[in-house]
Design a protein around this ligand. Structure first.
Ligand code: LLP
Length: 437
């Protein structure tokens, strides 16, 4: 992937830096991000929109990996930003991300979070439910401050890898139902509000999708809805946000499309449906997370103990696990790996890669074919850039790993490893209060 290569010493390199050296310098587990690849992915999405000559925004869905440094690179690449909490918004503000390009998502934004959005004058809020509509009306009237909004709807399309299903009614905690009139009601409650500026509709149909059909069906339904509103109420929505969900290749079993293909098909459908409805083609916004950072990230681990279960399997344990990558345990997610320090050695042994956490399910890779391993080897697990660090935890009081960005032969620490002091930094001693004192 990206800038990965193997050097004369048989070591894996990323961004022109030797990963074995990185492991030595920063310790393991270590997240290494190939920043050139992130930039290339961003440009590929943007170029498709440019080629199709259509108004657009590509927003990085930063739940996939949120940090000050990645927000700064996203800003350099002229991306917009999707945040889903006060914490992500705060991080973006601290990173100096252009506030007018920040979109705020979430199905239960608190009043404090919404106030922060007004204070920072962000680009738009993706409104999820009626409770939020009322909160936003109250706040915008109290502050006498405008706010752009999109309405999140559930179009009755669920996409998952190669399949998509159209469901009559969507059972989702997110958004307004399109079929039973909730979207209609949300439109009526917002479109003529003096401060809330309704820009359009949003939907997100799933994640790790390998097919464009679901996006096309969703686009069709949303354009029809918007065009219906124009006819009926004379109000024209100008933005159609089709979310994220573009798949990536974790293992050879995954066969994603090129990012550009998802977007091109989406754009053509929107143009076609708009033309048929006599509707002015809306701007298209997308929110890729995984497809921007997923394969840009690699985790380096140090191999420690081994155990053979006779006639069954060999376990090789690494110095991290479900605390830095919960996805195998949570979703049965699969990953591929190599030995970074023996990248040219023949891979002829079967291992189960286990983590170091106190849970039998803490396995990173069920079956990895690797060269014969010994303690001290550096295992690199690929495609960990999305939902790895961002879903990391301190289970077993293990500190979160460090994160390093590599690009053009340079490496730079962008998130410091959590120390034992960090781990107890929020703890306070308990002193029993003596009655009467
Ligand atoms: N937009 C919205 C409204 C979303 O809910 C999401 C992801 C995205 C964009 C970005 O989707 P992406 O392009 O990354 O697929 N933790 C799970 C993935 C959860 C996705 C949640 N929403 C995982 O590790 O696979």
């Amino acid at each position: 992937y990206g800038t990965q290569a193997i050097n004369d010493q048989g070591h894996l390199t990323i961004g022109g830096t030797d990963t074995v050296e990185l492991a030595k310098e920063y310790g393991t587990p270590l997240f290494v991000y190939d920043i050139q690849l992130f930039r290339d992915r961003a440009k590929a999405f943007q170029k498709t929109f440019e080629d199709e000559a259509i108004g657009y925004q590509v927003a990085y869905a930063s739940k996939a990996f949120s940090s000050i440094a990645i927000y700064q690179v996203a800003a350099e690449e002229k991306l917009s930003l999707d945040v889903v909490s006060g914490g992500e918004l705060y991080t973006a503000v601290q990173a100096g991300f252009p506030k007018e390009k920040i979109h705020f998502h979430g199905n239960n934004k608190s009043e404090a979070e919404l106030r922060m959005a007004f204070k920072e004058e962000i680009g738009c809020i993706v409104v999820d439910n009626f409770y939020e509509i009322e909160l936003l009306k109250k706040l915008s009237e109290e502050l006498e401050q405008p706010m752009n909004i999109l309405l999140r709807v559930t179009p009755g399309v669920e996409a998952h890898t190669h399949d998509y299903i159209t469901t009559g009614q969507e059972d989702s905690k997110f958004g307004f139902d399109l079929k039973n009139g909730q979207a209609e009601e949300a439109f009526l409650r917002t479109y003529d509000h003096p401060f809330l500026k309704l820009m359009g509709l949003h939907c997100h149909i799933g994640s790790q999708i390998f097919d464009t059909t679901g996006f096309q069906v969703a686009a069709e339904k949303l354009v029809e809805k918007m065009s219906g509103w124009e006819e009926k109420h004379g109000y024209r929505c100008t933005v159609l946000n089709l979310g994220g969900g573009f798949g990536i290749r974790y293992t050879d079993e995954d066969q994603p499309l090129e990012p550009a293909v998802y977007v091109r098909d989406m754009i053509r459908t929107v143009k076609k449906v708009s033309a048929a409805a006599g509707y002015k083609v809306p701007e298209i916004w997308i929110e890729p997370g995984r497809s921007l950072v997923g394969d840009a990230g690699t985790t380096l681990y140090t191999v420690g103990s081994m155990k053979e279960v006779p006639n069954l399997r060999k376990y090789a344990a690494v110095d991290g696990g479900m605390s830095d990558n919960i996805r195998p345990a949570l979703y049965g997610a699969k990953y591929s790996s190599i030995l970074a320090n023996k990248a040219t050695s023949e891979a002829n042994e079967k291992y189960t890669i286990a983590g170091k956490l106190c849970e039998s399910g803490d396995k990173l890779i069920e079956e990895a074919i690797l060269p014969s391993m010994e303690a001290g080897d550096i295992l690199s697990v690929f495609c960990t850039g999305a939902y790895g660090y961002s879903m990391a935890s301190n289970y077993n009081r293990i500190g979160r790993p460090a994160v390093v960005f590599v690009e053009n032969g340079e490496h730079q620490l962008v998130v410091r490893r959590e120390s034992n002091e960090d781990l107890i930094s929020h703890d306070m001693s308990y002193k029993q209060k003596v009655k009467g004192k």
